[in-house]
Design a protein around this ligand. Structure first.
Ligand code: HEM
Length: 201
């Protein structure tokens, strides 16, 4: 649980921040959503995240574009079976390349673009495989959504964020079983007035 729930959440958050820095218009839109719905007198809390649909869409789009478990966990059938028309003998190791499925243009419109708005259509969610599917799917899905949304929402609410230079942040992936950015994210941040207000009170 600790292994499966720590780096997955941390790296999803890192990918989400990286995408916000490379898409300032998305960052601006989510900040406006948080400021409008939460105001400037209190910090965002877990129950708020459900009323922040654009924040949720950013989390979903991050999970689509950069699924931290790009081939899920290896699965091994205990009996011979047939899968997608292929005979799979008992004991074979099966890896599911969801990274490729999430970028398949026959499944997603403009798959190479970071576009949270695609999840305005609720049905798109059903195509996400970032947590696997079926009996061995991730049991931490609910917790992961809550923690990532709350952490990301807090970072946006409390700080102004900027890239450290003019150029886009490097979004290449480290080729590992769990996928993080090849270059650890560096960013500039400045506390927003709400931080001073909360600290003083
Ligand atoms: C963004 C966060 C997370 C992602 C993307 C993620 C993704 C996944 C994936 C893809 C699997 C394998 C599913 C399969 O092979 O079909 C998995 C399994 C698992 N995850 Fe997560 N996970 C996340 C967070 C968490 C959290 C927060 C917990 C618990 C605190 C957790 C606990 C587990 C456990 C125990 C398994 C093994 C389940 C089994 O083998 O039956 N995960 N996760």
């Amino acid at each position: 649980m600790i292994f499966a729930g720590s780096e997955t959440i941390a790296w999803t958050l890192e990918w989400a921040m990286l995408n916000l820095l490379n898409h300032p218009e998305v960052l601006k839109k989510v900040r406006a959503e948080i400021d409008t719905k939460i105001g400037f007198d209190r910090l965002i809390d877990e129950p708020d995240t459900i009323n922040l649909p654009y924040l949720q869409m950013i989390v979903l789009e991050t999970l689509r574009f950069y699924p931290v478990a790009p081939t899920l966990d290896p699965h091994m059938p205990s009996d011979d079976c047939m899968l997608a028309g292929y005979d799979v003998p008992r004991g074979s190791m099966l890896l599911v390349n969801i990274w490729a499925m999430h970028r398949d243009p026959s499944i997603w419109e403009d798959p190479e673009m970071f576009k949270p708005e695609r999840f305005e259509n609720e049905k798109q969610k059903q195509k996400l495989l970032s947590f696997g599917i079926g009996r061995r799917a991730c049991p931490g899905i609910g917790l992961a959504h809550r923690v990532v949304s709350l952490a990301l929402g807090s970072m946006v609410q409390c700080f102004e964020w900027q890239r450290i230079g003019e150029e886009y942040v490097d979004s290449r992936e480290e080729p590992m079983t769990l996928m993080r950015p090849a270059t650890p994210l560096l960013a500039m941040c400045k506390a927003r007035p709400i931080v001073h207000k909360i600290l003083v009170s």
